[in-house]
Design a protein around this ligand. Structure first.
Ligand code: HEC
Length: 271
């Protein structure tokens, strides 16, 4: 085989193996759908409140200013009275007191800035992640997560959701595991283990054993609002951008009609 051909072959194999790896990694986790609606101010306000209360303690949202929350229909005094904990001015950024070094020292990993997390992770991932914490005595925080194995973040919403424990069921074939996954409505993942005749498919799901202050449906709603807010925060201008887009198109249509009329006027005597 000549060198060019073998390089091509190697490249092709590399691409194929990446494709196979991402298939294997993504194939077993089917994320729950987050029914978000960035046009719903009540949900966004509730989400902003949860975000400030439960997340800003560790994560910053340094691209976001508090006064941008006016776009959600909140007044400055509402923002000041209900949402300002970590700073004192409505015009301040959603920054936090914790430094990256502290975060790293406390959790092993510095909690990332969440300003645009919804763009990198996607709403469905966030929605599933925040509902996939379970108790795990072997982890430093006492928590683990079904979509983010060995995550360094503790389950900060546990008093709302309650505490869940992991349940693992073993199947001999992928088909059986999938069938069981389809039957249960709760979120679950499937992972392969072992080789050849010892190959097993593990279906991991969670069972709440200490209920929280919210019902499961209410908790899902709270998380949905929170994710809705994070999606809005990642691109606060999206609503106004749509409005501007419509206005621009209307303007162009009017302009088109006017130029056409003008064109007829100019040419009417020339024939
Ligand atoms: C007690 C501190 C703490 C609080 C409070 C906290 N987190 Fe975290 N969070 C972390 C740490 C630490 C990580 C890094 C985890 C890792 O990489 O293993 C993290 C990671 C994340 C990630 C994954 C980022 C990524 O893509 O790698 C998301 C999303 C997230 N947090 C969302 C939230 C939300 C939403 C809240 C509020 C409900 C919240 N966090 C509250 C500490 C915290």
């Amino acid at each position: 085989m000549n060198p060019v051909k073998s390089v091509r072959l190697a490249l092709a194999l590399l691409v194929l193996s990446f494709a196979a790896a991402s298939w294997a990694a993504g194939g077993s986790v089917r994320l729950d759908r987050a029914q978000i609606d960035v046009g719903d101010p009540v949900s966004l306000q509730a989400g902003a409140r949860s975000f400030v209360n439960y997340c800003l303690g560790c994560h910053g949202a340094s691209l976001m200013r508090y006064n941008r929350l006016r776009d959600l229909g909140l007044s400055d005094s509402q923002i000041r009275d209900n949402l300002l904990f970590t700073s004192d001015k409505v015009g301040d950024l959603m920054a936090i007191g914790m430094t990256r070094q502290d975060g790293k020292a406390w959790f092993g990993v510095a909690p990332p800035d969440l300003s645009v997390i919804a763009r990198s992770r996607g709403a469905d991932w966030l929605y599933t992640y925040l509902r996939a914490f379970y108790r795990d005595a072997s982890s430093p925080t006492g928590w683990n997560n079904l979509v983010f194995d060995r995550v360094a973040m503790p389950h900060v919403l546990w008093h709302l959701s309650g505490q869940a424990v992991l349940e693992v069921r073993e199947f001999r074939s992928e088909g059986e595991a999938r069938a069981a996954q389809l039957q249960s409505k709760a979120f679950s993942t499937i992972a392969e283990q072992g080789e050849g005749a010892h190959k097993r498919f593990l279906l991991r799901s969670m069972r709440v054993d200490v209920p929280g202050s919210l019902s499961p449906a209410k908790y899902d709603e709270t998380v949905r609002d929170l994710v809705n807010y994070m999606v809005w925060m990642a691109e606060p201008a999206q609503q106004s951008r749509v409005k501007i887009g419509i206005a621009v198109i209307l303007f162009l249509v009017v302009l088109l009609v006017l130029t056409w009329l003008l064109y007829r006027q100019y040419w009417k005597d020339i024939h």
